[in-house]
Design a protein around this ligand. Sequence first.
Ligand SMILES: Cc1ncc(COP(=O)(O)O)c(C=O)c1O
Length: 395
Amino acid sequence: MAYQVNPVVAPVAPPPIAEAEAWIAGRDFPADKPLMDVAQAVPGYPPADALSRHLAEAVLEPETARYTEIAGLPALRGALAAHMRESYGGEVAPDQVCITAGCNQAFCLAMTALAAPGDEVLLPVPYYFNHQMWLEMQGIRPVHLPFRRDRGGVPDPADAAERMTARSRAIVLVTPNNPTGAVYPPEVLAAFLELARDRGVALVTDETYKDFRASNDPPHGLFADPRWPDSLVQLYSFSKVYSLTGYRTGSIVCGPALMAEVTKIMDCVAICAPRIGQRAALFGLAELAGWREEKRLMMQQRVEALRAAFTANDLAYELVSIGAYFAYLRHPFTGVPAHRVARRLAQAENLLCLPGGMFGPGQEDYLRFAFANLEAEAMPDLARRLRASQDWPDF
Ligand SMILES: Cc1ncc(COP(=O)(O)O)c(C=O)c1O
């Protein structure tokens, strides 16, 4: 008799990026209309040359092949804590940092440490699909907060307050947001933290895109409150900021109660994050502030270029929100599911984006563009392809 697979995992949706990539599998694209891939958010440029050289040397050291401490290299934990103090204000100590194999793993560890099967976690729609998927796989119930288009995609703490029950364990906020690009204002985040504290749940922020914001101001003031370790859990990724998605390095910043559980889980799951990725992150924090700033400014130029291309082409697509890495567009084909629109854009316009439906219920009017993948000069071509789609004869 064949084995059976876990009935909790089996019904979870398959990886969305792979599904979208299948739409273009095996196709050749003409030179005058090459593939424009704004599906997966991946920096289109390589890591800093100095970082790659540093790692090339590091690989020759026998120690690089060894495990690190469960929570990561002490030097990296110290450097990230210092970076947090400097960029957010407030107190963050090295022992409040756990280095993980990417921010996705950070989320998985944090959620498994916070919530048991049957518990509830509040998740604003549209959500980052891997968050929804992991919660489902754990038997944790995602409780959705509605998409607040009227608030520029910024969730409302009042919506969360209404939906909290005795089973609520955490509120998850992604800021800057994937998929909408919205950057949540500090006062909204403060209100969420107050609500979390009031109800005895965790506020979990995923700040993967914090380094690509329009401003260098602190993203929020939550760490300034000395009580933050009781209620706040911050997740971060080194993937995008230093262009090292394949090295798998992220982090959790949290108080001692959660850290004790997170390190237990980490020990079982991976023992530690890959040492080479940790070395990369440490080099980035220590040496690449200038490079980081250069990329932030470049990303702002891309935002401006996309906005300008939209204005110049008078598109029926509506730019609902745009931010650090993503733009969320409302497509003009009323009543047509976003999946159909996205597939057709891939087939007819060689433009690969993700349909809103991948980010939660009620998102069929929307498409996500990871515009940061494209150079500013490519934005007019992107807009032209959208313009061309408006003339599809049979749609
Ligand atoms: C919001 C968000 N969190 C986490 C991740 C995953 O980051 P990592 O590569 O560090 O696992 C992504 C990647 O797209 C993301 O958009």
